[in-house]
Design a binder for this molecule. Sequence first.
Ligand code: NDP
Length: 345
Amino acid sequence: MNQQWRLARTPVEGWPTNGDFEWVESDMPDPGSGQVLTLTLFVSMDPYQWSRRRSGTEQPGDVCHGRSVSRVIAGKTERFTEGDIIFNTNGWQAYGLTGEGITTHGYMFPRKLDPGVAPVSTALGVLGMLGLTAYSGLIVQCEPRAGETVVVSAASGGVGQVAVQLARTRGARVVGVAGSEEKCRFVVEELGAAACVSHRDPEYAGVLAAACPDGIDVYFENVGGAVYEGVLALLNRNARITVCGYISQYGNEDGRNPREVWDAMGAATFERQNVAVHDLFVGNFVEAHQERFVEEMGARFQAGEIVYREHVYDGLESAPRAFGDMLAGRNFGKTLVRCSDEARE
Ligand code: NDP
Protein backbone atom coordinates (compact mmCIF):
# COMPACT_ATOMS: atom_id res chain seq x y z
CA MET A 1 0.00 0.00 0.00
CA ASN A 2 1.04 3.59 -0.56
CA GLN A 3 0.72 6.09 2.28
CA GLN A 4 -0.09 9.71 1.65
CA TRP A 5 -0.92 13.00 3.27
CA ARG A 6 -3.59 14.75 1.23
CA LEU A 7 -4.96 18.23 1.65
CA ALA A 8 -8.25 17.77 3.53
CA ARG A 9 -9.57 21.29 2.89
CA THR A 10 -8.44 24.66 1.71
CA PRO A 11 -7.05 25.93 5.03
CA VAL A 12 -9.55 27.97 7.00
CA GLU A 13 -7.11 29.46 9.49
CA GLY A 14 -3.99 31.51 8.97
CA TRP A 15 -1.57 28.81 10.07
CA PRO A 16 -1.75 25.01 9.67
CA THR A 17 -4.07 23.00 11.91
CA ASN A 18 -4.60 19.24 12.15
CA GLY A 19 -7.82 19.35 10.16
CA ASP A 20 -5.99 20.62 7.10
CA PHE A 21 -4.39 17.24 6.33
CA GLU A 22 -5.76 13.73 5.84
CA TRP A 23 -3.77 10.45 6.09
CA VAL A 24 -4.74 8.09 3.27
CA GLU A 25 -3.64 4.57 2.39
CA SER A 26 -4.06 3.81 -1.29
CA ASP A 27 -2.92 1.36 -3.95
CA MET A 28 0.69 1.41 -5.05
CA PRO A 29 1.15 3.51 -8.16
CA ASP A 30 1.98 1.51 -11.27
CA PRO A 31 4.70 2.95 -13.53
CA GLY A 32 3.58 3.28 -17.15
CA SER A 33 5.78 3.59 -20.18
CA GLY A 34 8.41 6.32 -19.69
CA GLN A 35 7.92 6.32 -15.91
CA VAL A 36 9.69 4.93 -12.86
CA LEU A 37 8.30 4.06 -9.43
CA THR A 38 10.26 5.67 -6.62
CA LEU A 39 10.47 5.25 -2.84
CA THR A 40 10.56 8.59 -1.04
CA LEU A 41 13.64 8.93 1.16
CA PHE A 42 13.33 12.59 2.19
CA VAL A 43 10.61 15.13 1.54
CA SER A 44 11.25 18.85 1.93
CA MET A 45 9.12 21.18 4.07
CA ASP A 46 9.05 24.67 2.52
CA PRO A 47 7.16 27.87 3.37
CA TYR A 48 5.85 28.26 -0.22
CA GLN A 49 3.82 25.04 0.24
CA TRP A 50 1.57 26.96 2.63
CA SER A 51 0.90 29.65 0.02
CA ARG A 52 -0.10 26.94 -2.50
CA ARG A 53 -2.52 25.45 0.01
CA ARG A 54 -4.07 28.73 1.09
CA SER A 55 -4.40 30.08 -2.44
CA GLY A 56 -6.13 26.97 -3.82
CA THR A 57 -3.30 26.00 -6.17
CA GLU A 58 -3.36 22.75 -4.20
CA GLN A 59 -6.91 21.42 -4.00
CA PRO A 60 -8.59 19.29 -1.32
CA GLY A 61 -7.91 15.63 -2.17
CA ASP A 62 -4.54 16.41 -3.79
CA VAL A 63 -1.44 14.71 -2.39
CA CYS A 64 0.41 17.48 -0.54
CA HIS A 65 3.08 18.89 -2.80
CA GLY A 66 6.73 18.62 -1.83
CA ARG A 67 10.12 18.14 -3.40
CA SER A 68 11.89 14.92 -2.53
CA VAL A 69 14.88 12.67 -2.78
CA SER A 70 13.87 9.15 -3.80
CA ARG A 71 15.21 5.79 -4.91
CA VAL A 72 14.01 4.21 -8.13
CA ILE A 73 12.53 0.82 -7.28
CA ALA A 74 10.84 -0.24 -10.53
CA GLY A 75 10.62 0.75 -14.18
CA LYS A 76 13.22 2.17 -16.53
CA THR A 77 13.46 5.33 -18.61
CA GLU A 78 16.19 6.83 -20.75
CA ARG A 79 17.43 8.76 -17.69
CA PHE A 80 16.64 6.61 -14.68
CA THR A 81 16.94 2.98 -13.75
CA GLU A 82 16.39 0.81 -10.68
CA GLY A 83 18.64 1.75 -7.78
CA ASP A 84 19.21 5.35 -8.88
CA ILE A 85 18.84 8.01 -6.21
CA ILE A 86 17.07 10.98 -7.74
CA PHE A 87 15.77 14.43 -6.93
CA ASN A 88 12.07 14.53 -7.81
CA THR A 89 8.72 15.82 -6.60
CA ASN A 90 6.93 12.91 -4.94
CA GLY A 91 5.11 15.09 -2.44
CA TRP A 92 4.05 13.86 0.98
CA GLN A 93 3.75 10.19 0.07
CA ALA A 94 5.76 6.99 0.49
CA TYR A 95 5.90 6.11 -3.21
CA GLY A 96 5.49 8.19 -6.34
CA LEU A 97 5.96 8.13 -10.09
CA THR A 98 8.48 10.15 -12.08
CA GLY A 99 8.71 10.54 -15.83
CA GLU A 100 6.40 11.20 -18.76
CA GLY A 101 3.15 12.87 -17.86
CA ILE A 102 4.12 13.47 -14.23
CA THR A 103 4.20 17.15 -13.33
CA THR A 104 7.61 18.50 -12.33
CA HIS A 105 6.43 21.94 -11.16
CA GLY A 106 8.24 24.06 -13.65
CA TYR A 107 11.87 24.65 -13.06
CA MET A 108 12.82 21.83 -10.70
CA PHE A 109 13.38 18.94 -13.07
CA PRO A 110 14.11 15.41 -11.82
CA ARG A 111 17.79 14.57 -11.85
CA LYS A 112 20.06 11.76 -10.77
CA LEU A 113 22.14 12.36 -7.62
CA ASP A 114 25.59 11.04 -6.84
CA PRO A 115 25.70 9.96 -3.16
CA GLY A 116 29.50 9.95 -3.43
CA VAL A 117 29.62 13.72 -3.95
CA ALA A 118 27.41 14.89 -1.07
CA PRO A 119 24.77 13.45 1.28
CA VAL A 120 21.70 13.19 -0.94
CA SER A 121 19.50 15.26 1.41
CA THR A 122 21.55 18.33 0.45
CA ALA A 123 19.77 18.29 -2.92
CA LEU A 124 16.79 19.69 -0.99
CA GLY A 125 18.82 22.35 0.78
CA VAL A 126 22.28 23.77 0.52
CA LEU A 127 23.05 22.26 -2.91
CA GLY A 128 19.51 22.55 -4.25
CA MET A 129 16.80 25.13 -4.72
CA LEU A 130 17.45 26.80 -1.35
CA GLY A 131 21.14 27.25 -2.07
CA LEU A 132 20.35 28.68 -5.48
CA THR A 133 17.84 31.04 -3.87
CA ALA A 134 20.49 32.40 -1.51
CA TYR A 135 23.02 32.69 -4.34
CA SER A 136 20.60 34.46 -6.69
CA GLY A 137 19.34 36.95 -4.14
CA LEU A 138 22.61 37.73 -2.49
CA ILE A 139 25.34 37.34 -5.08
CA VAL A 140 23.48 38.04 -8.32
CA GLN A 141 21.03 40.70 -7.19
CA CYS A 142 22.77 42.48 -4.31
CA GLU A 143 26.47 42.00 -5.16
CA PRO A 144 27.88 42.50 -1.67
CA ARG A 145 31.35 44.04 -1.54
CA ALA A 146 34.20 43.64 0.92
CA GLY A 147 33.64 45.62 4.09
CA GLU A 148 29.91 46.16 3.55
CA THR A 149 27.41 45.17 6.22
CA VAL A 150 24.99 42.44 5.14
CA VAL A 151 22.02 41.49 7.32
CA VAL A 152 20.31 38.12 6.82
CA SER A 153 17.01 37.32 8.55
CA ALA A 154 15.99 33.73 9.45
CA ALA A 155 19.76 33.33 9.36
CA SER A 156 19.90 29.76 10.72
CA GLY A 157 17.21 28.45 8.35
CA GLY A 158 17.52 26.68 5.03
CA VAL A 159 18.06 29.73 2.82
CA GLY A 160 19.53 31.96 5.51
CA GLN A 161 22.42 29.71 6.47
CA VAL A 162 23.63 29.67 2.86
CA ALA A 163 23.18 33.44 2.46
CA VAL A 164 25.29 34.12 5.56
CA GLN A 165 28.15 31.98 4.29
CA LEU A 166 28.01 33.34 0.73
CA ALA A 167 28.14 36.91 2.01
CA ARG A 168 31.27 36.07 3.96
CA THR A 169 32.95 34.71 0.82
CA ARG A 170 32.66 38.23 -0.65
CA GLY A 171 34.37 39.77 2.37
CA ALA A 172 31.23 41.35 3.79
CA ARG A 173 30.60 41.77 7.50
CA VAL A 174 27.52 39.64 8.17
CA VAL A 175 24.94 40.14 10.89
CA GLY A 176 22.25 37.50 11.30
CA VAL A 177 18.78 37.75 12.81
CA ALA A 178 17.33 34.55 14.30
CA GLY A 179 14.71 33.40 16.78
CA SER A 180 16.73 32.15 19.77
CA GLU A 181 20.04 32.43 21.56
CA GLU A 182 20.92 28.90 20.44
CA LYS A 183 20.29 29.75 16.79
CA CYS A 184 22.29 32.96 17.14
CA ARG A 185 25.24 31.04 18.59
CA PHE A 186 25.16 28.71 15.58
CA VAL A 187 25.07 31.65 13.16
CA VAL A 188 28.12 33.26 14.76
CA GLU A 189 30.18 30.27 15.84
CA GLU A 190 29.54 27.91 12.93
CA LEU A 191 28.43 30.07 10.02
CA GLY A 192 30.94 32.79 10.84
CA ALA A 193 28.70 35.86 11.13
CA ALA A 194 30.19 38.81 12.99
CA ALA A 195 27.07 39.03 15.16
CA CYS A 196 23.55 37.65 15.40
CA VAL A 197 20.56 39.25 17.05
CA SER A 198 17.48 37.48 18.41
CA HIS A 199 14.28 39.07 17.16
CA ARG A 200 12.66 37.86 20.38
CA ASP A 201 14.87 40.19 22.40
CA PRO A 202 12.57 42.97 23.73
CA GLU A 203 15.35 45.40 22.78
CA TYR A 204 15.71 43.90 19.29
CA ALA A 205 15.86 47.20 17.36
CA GLY A 206 18.50 48.68 19.64
CA VAL A 207 20.58 45.52 19.73
CA LEU A 208 20.50 45.33 15.92
CA ALA A 209 21.60 48.96 15.68
CA ALA A 210 24.52 48.25 18.02
CA ALA A 211 25.50 45.24 15.89
CA CYS A 212 25.53 47.40 12.73
CA PRO A 213 27.54 50.50 13.71
CA ASP A 214 28.13 51.39 10.04
CA GLY A 215 24.50 50.90 9.02
CA ILE A 216 23.23 48.22 6.61
CA ASP A 217 24.27 48.00 2.95
CA VAL A 218 22.53 44.76 1.96
CA TYR A 219 19.49 43.09 3.49
CA PHE A 220 18.48 39.53 2.67
CA GLU A 221 14.79 39.53 3.58
CA ASN A 222 13.17 36.25 4.62
CA VAL A 223 10.79 37.39 7.33
CA GLY A 224 9.11 40.82 7.11
CA GLY A 225 7.21 42.32 10.07
CA ALA A 226 9.08 43.56 13.12
CA VAL A 227 12.42 42.15 11.96
CA TYR A 228 12.20 44.20 8.78
CA GLU A 229 11.09 47.30 10.65
CA GLY A 230 14.29 47.18 12.69
CA VAL A 231 16.36 46.90 9.51
CA LEU A 232 14.61 49.81 7.77
CA ALA A 233 15.84 52.28 10.36
CA LEU A 234 19.47 51.34 9.62
CA LEU A 235 19.61 51.21 5.82
CA ASN A 236 22.45 53.19 4.28
CA ARG A 237 22.15 55.31 1.19
CA ASN A 238 22.16 53.11 -1.96
CA ALA A 239 21.47 49.97 0.09
CA ARG A 240 20.20 46.87 -1.71
CA ILE A 241 17.50 44.46 -0.59
CA THR A 242 16.53 41.10 -2.00
CA VAL A 243 12.95 40.23 -1.12
CA CYS A 244 13.22 36.48 -0.79
CA GLY A 245 10.20 36.06 1.48
CA TYR A 246 8.23 37.50 4.39
CA ILE A 247 7.27 34.39 6.32
CA SER A 248 5.92 36.27 9.36
CA GLN A 249 3.07 37.44 7.10
CA TYR A 250 2.12 34.12 5.45
CA GLY A 251 -0.69 33.53 7.94
CA ASN A 252 -2.27 36.98 7.58
CA GLU A 253 -5.99 36.81 8.09
CA ASP A 254 -6.86 40.46 7.54
CA GLY A 255 -7.10 40.04 3.75
CA ARG A 256 -4.20 42.38 3.12
CA ASN A 257 -1.67 41.37 0.49
CA PRO A 258 1.57 40.69 2.43
CA ARG A 259 3.69 42.16 -0.32
CA GLU A 260 1.71 45.38 -0.38
CA VAL A 261 2.12 45.62 3.39
CA TRP A 262 5.86 45.11 2.96
CA ASP A 263 6.15 47.77 0.23
CA ALA A 264 4.14 50.30 2.20
CA MET A 265 6.29 49.85 5.30
CA GLY A 266 9.47 50.64 3.38
CA ALA A 267 8.35 53.17 0.78
CA ALA A 268 9.48 56.37 2.52
CA THR A 269 12.87 54.91 3.51
CA PHE A 270 13.50 53.52 0.05
CA GLU A 271 12.91 56.90 -1.51
CA ARG A 272 14.95 58.83 1.03
CA GLN A 273 17.91 56.42 0.93
CA ASN A 274 17.70 55.48 -2.76
CA VAL A 275 17.37 51.80 -1.87
CA ALA A 276 17.31 49.21 -4.67
CA VAL A 277 14.65 46.57 -3.97
CA HIS A 278 14.96 43.30 -5.91
CA ASP A 279 12.11 40.81 -6.14
CA LEU A 280 13.37 37.27 -5.91
CA PHE A 281 11.82 34.22 -7.48
CA VAL A 282 14.38 31.46 -7.74
CA GLY A 283 12.76 29.96 -10.83
CA ASN A 284 13.87 33.01 -12.81
CA PHE A 285 17.52 32.27 -12.08
CA VAL A 286 17.79 28.62 -12.99
CA GLU A 287 18.61 29.03 -16.65
CA ALA A 288 21.20 31.77 -16.32
CA HIS A 289 22.78 31.01 -12.95
CA GLN A 290 22.29 27.37 -11.93
CA GLU A 291 25.52 26.29 -13.60
CA ARG A 292 27.64 28.96 -11.91
CA PHE A 293 25.97 28.24 -8.59
CA VAL A 294 26.67 24.50 -8.83
CA GLU A 295 30.27 25.21 -9.81
CA GLU A 296 30.94 27.59 -6.93
CA MET A 297 28.92 25.83 -4.22
CA GLY A 298 30.01 22.38 -5.35
CA ALA A 299 33.67 23.39 -5.09
CA ARG A 300 33.21 25.09 -1.71
CA PHE A 301 31.25 22.10 -0.42
CA GLN A 302 33.89 19.64 -1.59
CA ALA A 303 36.56 21.78 0.08
CA GLY A 304 34.65 21.50 3.38
CA GLU A 305 34.02 25.26 3.49
CA ILE A 306 30.25 25.05 3.75
CA VAL A 307 28.47 24.25 7.00
CA TYR A 308 24.86 23.14 6.80
CA ARG A 309 22.35 22.16 9.40
CA GLU A 310 19.23 20.06 8.85
CA HIS A 311 16.26 19.50 11.12
CA VAL A 312 15.09 15.99 10.27
CA TYR A 313 11.75 14.60 11.43
CA ASP A 314 11.31 10.83 11.31
CA GLY A 315 8.49 9.14 9.44
CA LEU A 316 6.03 10.42 6.86
CA GLU A 317 3.42 10.55 9.66
CA SER A 318 5.28 13.52 11.13
CA ALA A 319 4.97 15.72 8.01
CA PRO A 320 2.14 18.01 9.24
CA ARG A 321 3.96 18.55 12.56
CA ALA A 322 7.25 19.24 10.80
CA PHE A 323 5.53 21.68 8.47
CA GLY A 324 3.80 23.58 11.29
CA ASP A 325 7.02 23.68 13.32
CA MET A 326 8.95 25.10 10.38
CA LEU A 327 6.43 27.88 9.77
CA ALA A 328 6.45 28.77 13.47
CA GLY A 329 10.24 28.84 13.78
CA ARG A 330 10.48 25.66 15.87
CA ASN A 331 12.84 24.23 13.26
CA PHE A 332 16.58 24.67 13.52
CA GLY A 333 18.07 24.39 10.03
CA LYS A 334 16.61 23.10 6.78
CA THR A 335 13.45 21.11 7.58
CA LEU A 336 13.15 17.60 6.13
CA VAL A 337 11.04 14.53 6.78
CA ARG A 338 12.84 11.20 6.52
CA CYS A 339 10.29 8.86 5.00
CA SER A 340 12.24 5.61 4.89
CA ASP A 341 14.67 3.84 7.26
CA GLU A 342 16.82 3.38 4.20
CA ALA A 343 17.69 7.09 4.38
CA ARG A 344 19.16 6.69 7.84
CA GLU A 345 22.77 5.79 7.07
P1 NDP B 1 13.53 28.37 7.15
O1 NDP B 1 14.30 27.11 7.29
O2 NDP B 1 14.27 29.66 7.26
O3 NDP B 1 12.34 28.31 8.21
C1 NDP B 1 11.53 29.41 8.42
C2 NDP B 1 12.11 30.35 9.49
O4 NDP B 1 11.42 31.57 9.46
C3 NDP B 1 11.92 29.86 10.91
O5 NDP B 1 12.92 28.94 11.30
C4 NDP B 1 11.98 31.14 11.71
O6 NDP B 1 13.33 31.38 12.04
C5 NDP B 1 11.55 32.21 10.72
N1 NDP B 1 10.25 32.78 11.13
C6 NDP B 1 9.04 32.19 11.08
N2 NDP B 1 8.11 33.03 11.57
C7 NDP B 1 8.76 34.15 11.95
C8 NDP B 1 8.34 35.37 12.53
N3 NDP B 1 7.06 35.62 12.83
N4 NDP B 1 9.28 36.31 12.76
C9 NDP B 1 10.57 36.08 12.48
N5 NDP B 1 11.03 34.94 11.92
C10 NDP B 1 10.12 33.99 11.67
O7 NDP B 1 12.72 28.37 5.78
P2 NDP B 1 13.33 28.47 4.30
O8 NDP B 1 14.78 28.63 4.34
O9 NDP B 1 12.76 27.35 3.53
O10 NDP B 1 12.64 29.81 3.75
C11 NDP B 1 13.11 31.09 4.18
C12 NDP B 1 12.42 32.18 3.36
O11 NDP B 1 12.79 32.04 1.99
C13 NDP B 1 10.90 32.11 3.40
O12 NDP B 1 10.38 33.42 3.48
C14 NDP B 1 10.53 31.50 2.06
O13 NDP B 1 9.25 31.85 1.63
C15 NDP B 1 11.64 32.10 1.18
N6 NDP B 1 11.92 31.43 -0.07
C16 NDP B 1 11.82 32.16 -1.22
C17 NDP B 1 12.16 31.65 -2.44
C18 NDP B 1 12.10 32.54 -3.63
O14 NDP B 1 12.22 32.07 -4.77
N7 NDP B 1 11.91 33.83 -3.43
C19 NDP B 1 12.58 30.25 -2.57
C20 NDP B 1 12.69 29.55 -1.31
C21 NDP B 1 12.36 30.12 -0.11
P3 NDP B 1 13.74 32.09 13.42
O15 NDP B 1 13.38 31.15 14.52
O16 NDP B 1 15.19 32.29 13.28
O17 NDP B 1 12.96 33.35 13.49
